[in-house]
Design a protein around this ligand. Structure first.
Ligand code: GLN
Length: 536
């Protein structure tokens, strides 16, 4: 089976939501029975976003196979409910690294190694890789950045070559643009769209379909005008209005017939109507909550909610499941102190301490956890949040005032969180953490088991430090139980405070596995506990 390829490019500005459009189209095609995957090509030179500060591109998303990737892959998984992998995120850094390594091994037989053909060949190889697995009928490739950027050029050229190489019905280009609305003249403007299509044309790529982001509906005449000047069919000018939630976008694209147009251009059957029953059910629950709760998200990147994208989305999934609107309050951990904690956290129904790295804001997180533990507020700690829960317990319940993680205090006498021996030798930063999916055994007598309803689960990781098993007996004796362990390494995966209505903290990242159709059990139970707390 040879796959069909859909390329999604963006024009005019960044942040138009290419990832959501790509994921929505994929959802519709999947709902019609096609096997689809989505790939993101990122034009930056970092080998992966693992080394990027979250302020740069938001959250770093981790796949089952341990790739540190762009947050758009999270959207792909949340929409499609199927896992992505290393192959789904390619960066300029990865491309060049591969080509340069090949060159050092003499693979180019004395030739001058150049952007064209060597870099473009490598880009094309990466695009076709997913199609050649035989797993997918359709591969959607999202080209990061905006057409016209210098760094996007090799990608656009690779798309041009693939369009030439592949049969007409086996590849097409969707270009996402913006129709700005001028308040003074009260009209939508098409000129930036025309210009961005011209830029694509300069690189030899004619888009087949235009998806136009707009704040106002576009009428027939305007569609015709855009079609005429951009050389596409009138029905291939798709309106993408602003909508209340990203999860409305597939239905909006269905109304605009984006899936039908794509399928007919690719000579694929449109016979099966898309089955979106469960998707629509989710939306009904999401939009008609019976309760409202406030959850505090305590972190140090709170100025940029994209830094916690998967957590935010996991709450939307779990909220809909519980028919509760989750109002997330982003609280900067640096601003929490002993004197103001009650005032800052007093009206919350649940407290989540977020993942993170480094020392900034650490003490505020510990104070927030103490507040949650003592006041019996439902608590959920993720990764660093779990490590801080362990430290808080060691300091304030067991009484080891100097307890810490060696990440923040390498000299502490009570290193309750410590680096694993195999991590100690590592100095390189990229891709060297404990990454990807590991098995966790859940003990039956636990809140975690009540959530999962099974004893063997798999969860994704991204960290270097771990619970120090040297102190396990002390913790258990004092009332903090390890209720999830890695069966091979015996590393602690889940800890719970027994004398608390809901205090669960996990070393892994459950948020990466929450999807619209499969909300994560731990988020479901945390939201449920917060609803109970709110009503109690
Ligand atoms: N900084 C911690 C570690 O490396 C936690 C990482 C995280 O929260 N993702 O172990």
């Amino acid at each position: 089976m040879s796959a069909k390829y859909i390329f999604v490019t963006g024009g005019v500005t960044s942040s138009l939501g290419k990832g959501i459009i790509a994921a929505s189209l994929a959802k519709l095609l999947q709902a019609r029975g096609y096997s689809v995957t989505i790939q993101k090509l990122d034009p930056y030179i970092n080998v992966d976003p693992g080394t990027l500060n979250p302020y740069e591109h938001g959250e770093c998303y981790v796949t089952e196979d341990g790739a540190e990737t762009d947050l758009d892959l999270g959207h792909y998984e949340r929409f499609l409910n199927t896992p992505t992998s290393q192959a789904n995120n390619v960066t300029t850094g990865k491309i060049y690294q591969h080509v340069i390594n090949q060159e050092r091994q003499g693979a180019y037989l004395g030739k001058t190694v150049q952007v064209i053909p060597h870099i473009t060949d490598e880009i094309k190889r990466r695009i076709k890789l997913l199609g050649e697995t035989g797993e997918f009928e359709i591969v959607i490739t999202e080209i990061g950045g905006t057409v016209g950027d210098i760094e996007s050029l090799p990608y656009v050229e690779s798309v041009r070559q693939l369009l030439w190489e592949l049969k007409e019905e086996d590849a097409l280009v969707i270009h996402l643009t913006l129709l700005p609305y001028l308040n003074s003249s009260q009209e939508l403007k098409t000129k930036p769209t025309q210009h961005s299509v011209k830029l694509l044309l300069e690189s030899g790529v004619q888009p087949d379909i235009l998806v136009c982001r707009t704040e106002h509906a576009i009428n027939k005449d305007m569609r015709k005008k855009i079609a005429l000047f951009c050389n596409v069919e009138t029905n291939s000018v798709i309106e993408a209005l602003d909508v209340p939630t990203i999860y409305d976008v597939p239905l909006m694209m269905l109304k605009e017939k984006l899936d039908k147009i794509v399928l007919s251009k690719m000579k694929l059957s449109t016979k099966n109507e898309p089955d979106l029953e469960s998707w629509k059910n989710f939306l009904v629950r999401h939009k008609n909550p019976k309760n409202e709760i406030r959850i505090g998200l305590i972190g140090k990147y709170v100025e940029l909610p994209d830094a916690y994208k998967s957590i935010v989305e996991a709450f939307i999934h779990a909220g809909a499941f519980n028919e509760a609107r989750v109002r997330l309050q982003y609280i900067h951990s640096e601003l929490i102190g002993d004197d103001n904690v009650a005032q800052k956290l007093g009206d919350l129904d649940g407290i989540l301490v977020a993942p993170g790295f480094g020392e900034r804001g650490i003490e505020g997180k510990i104070i927030a956890i103490k507040y949650a533990r003592e006041n019996k507020v439902p608590f959920f700690g993720i990764c660093l949040g779990m490590q801080m829960a362990v430290i808080e317990f060691a300091r304030n319940v067991i009484g080891w005032k100097d307890a810490h993680s060696t990440e923040m205090n390498p000299k502490t006498k009570h290193a309750v969180i410590d680096m694993m021996p195999d991590q100690k030798k590592i100095t390189a930063k990229g891709g060297t953490m404990r990454l990807g999916a590991y098995v966790c055994e859940v003990s039956k007598d636990s809140k975690a088991y009540k959530a999962y309803e099974k004893t063997k689960v798999t969860e994704r990781h991204r960290h270097r430090f771990e619970f120090n098993n040297k102190y396990l007996a002390d913790f258990e004796a004092a009332g903090m139980a390890v209720t999830g362990i890695n069966p091979d390494t015996k590393l602690a995966e889940i800890v719970e405070v027994k004398e608390h209505p809901y205090f669960v903290a996990v070393q892994f990242h459950p948020e990466y596995r929450s999807t619209v159709l499969n909300p994560h059990p731990l988020f479901i139970k945390f939201v449920k506990a917060a609803v109970t707390f709110n009503q109690g």
